[in-house]
Each structure stands twice: as C-alpha cells, then as structure tokens.
Design a protein around this ligand. Structure first.
Ligand SMILES: [Zn+2]
Length: 302
C-alpha cells in the first residue's frame, strides 16, 4: 500500500501556475517542462504500486538529509526482505551507454544516473545506520517511458528498462512479505525526517504586475473569454463547462500558491479573476467557502 502519496514539489506548483500567466525565458521553460515530465513519469510508476497489498509499504517523493547532504528518493518500498529504492527516469527517445558515459541521441553526455543512484543508496544506508537501523537495501534505476531505448545497455540487474518493467513488478509482488511493527516504526521515522522541499530550490523571479490575470480553463489551459451564464463558465476554445464556484476557487488556489503572503480579499480575487467575475460573484464565493475576518475594506478571508 502507498503510505505516502506523491505530491508536486512547491517549485513545480509555482511554475505550473506561472507558466500560462507569464512568458518564461527558455531556460526556465525547459526547467518547468522537465519537472512536469519527471512528475508525470513518477505518477505512472505509482500506478503500478497501487496494486500491491498491505504487505508492502511505499513512501513516494522523499527528501532526506544525512550529514548536511540532501538526498531525494523517488520511491522507497518497505518489505519483509528489506528496502527497495527506486529512481524513476521518464526519458523519451534514444540514449546510449559508452563505457561509463551516458549520452543523449545528439551526443550530449548526461550525469551518470547509476552514480546518482549509488549516492542515494549510500546516503540512505548511512542515514539508517546513524539511527541504529540495519535493513538491506536494493536499489533500482527504472526507465518507464514506453518510447525509450537504451543502446549498449549492460546486463545490469539494477537497470529496469520499459520492456522489463511489468515482469519485474509482477515478480516483486509475488515475493512473500509480512510486515511487523519494526517496519511500521521505520516508515514513521522516515516520514518524520522527510523535508518539505529543497531549501534552495530554483524559482524564477516574478511580480504580480508581470502576470496575466483571468481564469484559466481547467481542461485546455486557455484563458476564459466570456462571463458566467447561469452560474457556469464555458471555455470558448474547447467548450469545457465549469461551475463558477469551482473555477473561482481553483483560481484562488493559484493566487495563494504564487502569493502566499497576500491576504485573500474580495478585491484581490476580483482583480485576479478580472474580467470574468463580478465583485458580487467573488464576494459570494468567498463568503460561502471561507471565514471572514475584520470589517469593511479591511476584511479578508481565511
Ligand atoms: Zn478550454
């Protein structure tokens, strides 16, 4: 069972809200696309974990620290046999291995993912030893994009290629595993040690005035053009229909992700959603979903 589901990192959430509202420079756009793609690949991997029984515990998306070194774990599986560390790579297209060098199809060398995996495994092992815990660890590098080919792939059981993945998971599932309280304690300890995000994660600079305001269609991502009709908003681009309240709350969530320090007021949300919602509609949505604090023009919602 999945004990800790995967959630988006704060930087991915911010970039996801920012990208339709601001023209990102190429480097930032590329960075955003990579985060989005990595997350998509990890979620695809999680779907395979959902079919495991309670004899396995999975913790997804961990960020741990040992001796001032941070290490990220895409998925940690806890079974009777020990710990399974999975690094998920959602690369698409062709890649090749030439000795120790890993190369994209255009010849560019990338960081050897096996070295990253070894670093992670070693830090996890020392992290546990530090706490007096000794569990055997098996580490795997999983490539799960269906359109990925690795030329010159060595016969290395650590590397799981897309064509091997289904069989590998089937085999793993058939391993007998009975968990006891020490496994649950281990999971709790790791969850307590888990950090919310990289302290120095890169986020491009942005200001409220730089951003396009309005409501974005939840289906196609374009800005809505017309006002509500009988409490519903229709996207002129893809004809998707959404309840006004749901669209307003979704937009408010984006506002809060991008500007967590700003108070939620009628004027703030009215401006953020302009020109789609009227002030009266904004006020209604806020008063129905939040608690009002303060009076008159100083009032805000929590
Ligand atoms: Zn649309």
């Amino acid at each position: 069972m999945i004990l800790k589901p995967r959630i988006e990192s704060p930087e991915l959430l911010i970039l996801r809200c920012l990208s339709p509202r601001k023209q990102l420079v190429e480097k930032d756009h590329h960075y955003y696309e990579n985060l989005e793609k990595g997350f998509e690949g990890e979620k695809k991997f999680d779907e395979l974990l959902e079919t495991f029984t309670e004899d396995w515990l999975f913790l997804n998306g961990l960020l741990l620290e040992h001796n001032n070194s941070l290490f990220q774990i895409d998925t940690l599986g806890i079974s009777q046999e020990g710990l399974y560390l999975f690094d998920v790579k959602y690369y698409e297209g062709d890649m090749s291995i030439d000795g120790e060098l890993w190369k994209y199809s255009n010849g560019t060398v990338l960081k050897n993912p096996l070295h990253q995996l070894q670093r992670c495994e070693s830090l996890l092992s020392r992290f546990l030893q530090d706490k007096g815990l000794h569990f055997p660890i098996k580490a795997y590098l999983v490539f799960n994009h269906p359109h990925f080919t690795l030329y010159g792939a060595p016969r290395n059981p650590t590397i799981i290629l897309p064509t091997q993945l289904q069989y590998f998971m089937k085999k793993l599932k058939s391993v007998k595993s009975v968990l006891n309280s020490s496994h649950k304690k281990l999971a709790d300890m790791i969850l307590t040690a888990n950090l919310p995000s990289y302290p120095n994660a890169y986020i491009p600079k942005y200001e409220y005035s730089d951003l396009t305001r309005g409501i974005i269609c939840s289906s196609c991502g374009s800005f809505l053009k017309s006002k509500s009709h009988f409490g519903k908003l229709t996207c002129q681009h893809c004809l998707h229909v959404e309840q006004l309240d749901s669209a307003a709350l979704r937009s408010l969530r984006e506002f809060q992700i991008l500007f967590p320090e700003r108070k939620v007021t009628t004027n703030a949300l009215f401006d953020w959603c302009s020109p789609i919602l009227s002030k009266r509609q904004v006020q209604k949505v806020l008063s129905e979903n939040f608690e009002r604090k303060g009076h008159g023009k100083y009032s805000y919602y929590v």
